[in-house]
Design a protein around this ligand. Structure first.
Ligand code: IMP
Ligand code: MG
Length: 181
């Protein structure tokens, strides 16, 4: 696979992603009880590719649900405000919920979502993210499963976008600054 010309460099290759996600799936499989399904909630649209690969590595029954929240649009910095664009269409009370995110940056999106979903009384609620930028955290939120801690760079690919582009790149790349500056 040739690197996209808007990429500065490849941060995580297809092979690295595949290997890590397989291990995350195994860990999740052992952490959850067999008796009840896992309600996996993917946060649209960035988590879709990660979610598709992750759930196929989980050897338990998994139901797929989705939510959409406001994103950055054509900016690389969070506005701080979170808006629900698409809510769940199921009741999660008494269920084991696993939120699936592409990346946690400031943590504002997830801490808001977590509080909101906890009010609906799930049996348990865990958070799983492919990428984590620890340096940029503003909101304190406990993350149960992290694929990779990454440096403070704007990344694209494997579901992550800049202005809705690059989601289909099969690797995680660092976007060239000249594209967004
Ligand atoms: P937070 O609320 O700041 O944690 O924002 C998380 C959301 O910001 C993610 O779900 C992404 O949509 C977006 N985001 C943050 N950093 C990046 C990045 O480096 N590349 C692409 N999207 C990002
Ligand atoms: Mg986004």
């Amino acid at each position: 696979m040739m690197m996209h010309s808007d990429c500065e460099k490849i941060l995580l290759s297809q092979e690295q992603l595949k290997e890590r996600i397989a291990r995350m799936g195994k860990k999740i499989s052992t952490d959850f009880d067999e008796s009840e399904p896992i309600i996996a909630i993917g946060i649209l649209k960035g988590s879709v590719i990660f979610m598709a690969d992750l759930v196929r590595e989980i050897e338990k029954s998994v139901e797929l649900e989705f939510m959409a929240v406001s994103s950055y649009g054509a900016s690389t910095k969070s506005s701080g405000a979170v808006k629900i664009l698409k809510d769940l269409d199921i009741d999660i009370s008494g269920k084991n919920v696993l939120i699936i995110e592409d990346i946690i940056d400031s943590g504002i999106t997830l801490s808001y979502l977590k509080e909101m979903l906890l009010k609906r009384n799930p049996k348990s609620l865990k958070i799983c993210t492919l990428l984590n930028k620890p340096e940029r955290r503003k909101a304190d939120v406990k993350v149960d499963y992290i694929g990779f801690d990454i440096p403070d760079e704007f990344v694209i690919g494997y579901g992550l976008d800049y202005d809705n582009k690059y989601r289909n790149l099969p690797y995680i790349g660092i976007l060239k600054r000249e594209i967004y500056e």
